[in-house]
Design a protein around this ligand. Structure first.
Ligand code: AHR
Length: 354
């Protein structure tokens, strides 16, 4: 009877209780496994530095080289998780990309901005999320400079001063009177730092030297637009003898337009050739044109910013404060022998062979 009583209660009470205990133990072991997996995943993620890179577009060879430099620098093998977004030349796309980076909680945002204005709001959002922003290539025009950590890129106005000093030295050497220099400027994308600096540099030099700057029209930094704009300018003016292109892709397009119109490109202005000068020195065709004398002078704009941005990220990661503005040293190229060096703002630059 006693035995029967024990068995009855064992079946009714103890067995289900044991089953509950075993199942709880089992569940908790599953849960622990899941937690371990998550911990492992997040510790993996923690060991990577996540960089959100908003590139403005792919308008030129310079831009492609710049993107490649970033992609080659921020690799998984080096411990980076790079989120790359191409803005397709639209600031709105870049703002959307930055908001996505903020949502994903990246460690750093790297921004190559299309234009200077209109960034305050989204940069404030990044600052509120405690994500350092590094500007690369072009700059932004913000009311508050603490909205970004630092910038690395070219001094675009200095590049222009180098080209215009070369034009001055070359035309003086050739006894060409300043008022006989009839210039058109095929500008870059309007509102970008590169366009603003290069346009300002030429306008100042034209005013100071008494050159005839006849027109400024944007070619959007592309070969197609450069050709289109140059064709229209050749119809508008019959005395153009110097084309200042704000990048090499525009220069290639402008040269096609000049040659299609039956005119000749080159440095022999007195005998009717049209001189072309430009910026970048990245595109192989442009360098070949410079060697052939179709482009008379190129001010270098260096696109290899990946390792420079990495240095800034490492400094920020170590708690250091990098310089706010980090300029890149750049050269000037011409295959003409008449000018060997130029001096700009007290610094002398040798003219290098392209
Ligand atoms: O901002 C740099 C400029 O942008 C380069 O000179 C040009 O080629 C590019 O598209």
């Amino acid at each position: 009877m006693k035995r029967y009583f024990f068995l009855k209660w064992f079946t009714i009470l103890i067995l289900p209780l044991l089953a509950v205990i075993i199942s709880i133990a089992g569940c908790s072991s599953v849960n622990r496994k899941t937690e371990t997996e998550i911990t492992e995943d997040s510790s993996m993620a923690d060991s990577y530095i996540t960089v959100g890179f908003s590139q403005l577009g792919a308008e030129s060879d310079w831009r492609s080289a710049n993107t490649d430099s970033m992609l080659e620098t921020f690799t998984e093998e080096k411990g980076y998780n790079l989120l790359y977004k191409n803005g397709q030349q639209k600031q709105a796309n870049q703002i959307t990309a930055i908001r996505m980076f903020i949502q994903q909680g990246v460690d750093y945002i790297v921004l190559a901005p299309a234009t200077e204005d209109g960034w305050d709001l989204v940069l404030e959002e990044a600052k509120n999320a405690d994500i350092p922003v590094i500007l690369v290539d072009r700059r932004v025009n913000t009311s508050d400079k603490t909205l970004y950590s630092c910038w690395v890129g070219s001094d675009f106005e200095l590049e222009s001063k180098k080209i215009t000093s070369w034009i001055k030295a070359y035309t003086e050497n050739q006894n060409i009177a300043p008022y006989d220099l009839h210039i058109v400027n095929i500008q870059g994308s309007l509102g970008s730092t590169a366009q603003l600096g290069r346009t300002r540099g030429l306008a100042n030099a034209a005013r100071e030297n008494g050159w005839d700057l006849m027109a400024e029209v944007s070619g959007d930094f592309t070969e197609t637009k450069g050709q289109e704009v140059m064709s229209a300018l050749l119809k508008r003016f019959d005395n153009i003898n110097l084309v200042y292109c704000e990048n090499d892709n525009e220069a290639i397009g402008a040269i096609t337009a000049i040659e299609n119109s039956g005119k000749k490109v080159g440095s022999d202005i007195q005998n009717g050739e049209i001189m072309v000068v430009s910026f970048d020195g990245v595109n192989e065709k442009a360098l070949e044109y410079a060697r052939e004398g179709k482009i008379s002078c190129i001010a270098e704009c260096n696109p290899l910013h990946g390792p420079r941005v990495e240095t800034l990220i490492k400094m920020l990661g170590n708690g250091e404060t990098p310089q706010k503005f980090n300029y890149v040293d750049e050269k000037i190229y011409s295959s003409l022998e008449e000018v060997q060096s130029i001096t700009v703002d007290g610094a002398t630059y040798e003219i290098e062979k392209p």
